[in-house]
Design a protein around this ligand. Structure first.
Ligand SMILES: NC(=O)c1ccc[n+]([C@@H]2O[C@H](COP(=O)([O-])OP(=O)(O)OC[C@H]3O[C@@H](n4cnc5c(N)ncnc54)[C@H](OP(=O)(O)O)[C@@H]3O)[C@@H](O)[C@H]2O)c1
Length: 254
């Protein structure tokens, strides 16, 4: 119960990694607001699972790439929870397209959700944390792609590299307010985002060949790290960091 009495908002908490994190925070004692964009039934079932753990929970709809949506759902989460101590910026999208074929619309869509969205939600939550004068923790779900290039993922990897610097900037400017900001950088985690790719033997074998531990992760592999970074006690000296959870993918230069 390392997060007992804490109040958390998880963006994209309806499915996959965000859902595992929302349930994991609740399992450590936090009340949780689950943001979603379209998957209302999934968000509501996550809320029910959290309530069954004896915690309070609410589903808050809104797209993280829209400033007006963000203001509305962050206010809704804040009002329901009575404040926000922990934000997990997780909502992200991915599309695999060769560099020469990415058009402006696709570039903007990826950067808007994956980078601008983290800024918008981070700012809206941090403003409330600062106004409340209470310490807080923000965890940005980045990707191993923040550090290494990958075929057909130019916009995605650029957005994740942006998250690395956004994390440092937020950490620097929010430190005087007792707000720590860190990132996790997962490698290949099987979710709705890539299940079809992983099902293809050629894709799976090519990716596994570049992961020293030879493992494809699942969302639960990320939960402990998020709980640690969110906990003001154990991680009180940690800010601006990126924790790679990638089976060693990014250390392998050969
Ligand atoms: N899977 C991996 O291998 C992997 C590796 C490294 C990093 N990541 C990162 O982990 C995060 C989650 O990925 P995932 O694999 O869990 O993806 P996913 O299975 O596609 O789930 C994405 C979640 O984000 C939500 N979402 C998407 N766009 C949104 C928006 N504009 N506003 C609000 N919610 C939105 C979705 O909700 P709706 O269904 O309601 O749209 C869904 O809950 C992403 O940032 C991704 O880049 C994933």
């Amino acid at each position: 119960m390392r997060l007992e009495g804490k109040r958390a908002l998880v963006t994209g908490g309806s499915r996959s990694i965000g859902r595992a994190i929302a349930l994991g925070l609740a399992g450590e004692g936090a009340d949780v607001a689950v943001n979603y964009r379209r998957s209302r039934a999934d968000a509501e079932s996550a809320v029910r699972e959290i309530e069954e753990m004896g915690r309070r929970a609410v589903a808050v709809q809104g797209s993280t790439d829209s400033a007006s949506d963000v203001e509305r759902f962050v206010a809704g989460a804040h009002d329901f929870l009575g404040g926000i101590d922990i934000l997990v910026n997780n909502a992200g999208i991915l599309k695999r397209t060769p560099l020469l074929e990415i058009d402006e619309e696709e570039w903007d869509a990826i950067l808007d959700v994956n980078l601008k969205g983290y800024f918008l939600v981070g700012q809206a939550v941090a403003r409330r944390m600062v106004a409340a004068g209470t310490p807080g923790a923000i965890v940005n779900v980045s990707s191993a792609g923040q550090a290494v290039a990958a075929p057909n993922l130019t916009h995605y990897c650029v957005s994740k590299a942006g998250i690395e610097m956004l994390t440092k900037q937020m950490a620097l400017e929010l430190a005087p307010h007792g707000i720590r900001v860190n990132a996790i950088a997962p490698g290949l985690i099987e979710t709705d985002l890539n299940r079809a790719d992983i099902a293809q033997e050629e894709f799976r074998e090519r990716r596994l060949a570049r992961i020293p531990l030879g493992l494809i992760g699942n969302p639960d592999d990320l939960v402990g790290a998020v709980v640690y970074l969110a906990s003001g006690g154990e991680a009180r000296l940690v800010t601006g960091a990126s924790l790679f959870i990638d089976g060693g993918q990014t250390i392998w230069g050969a």
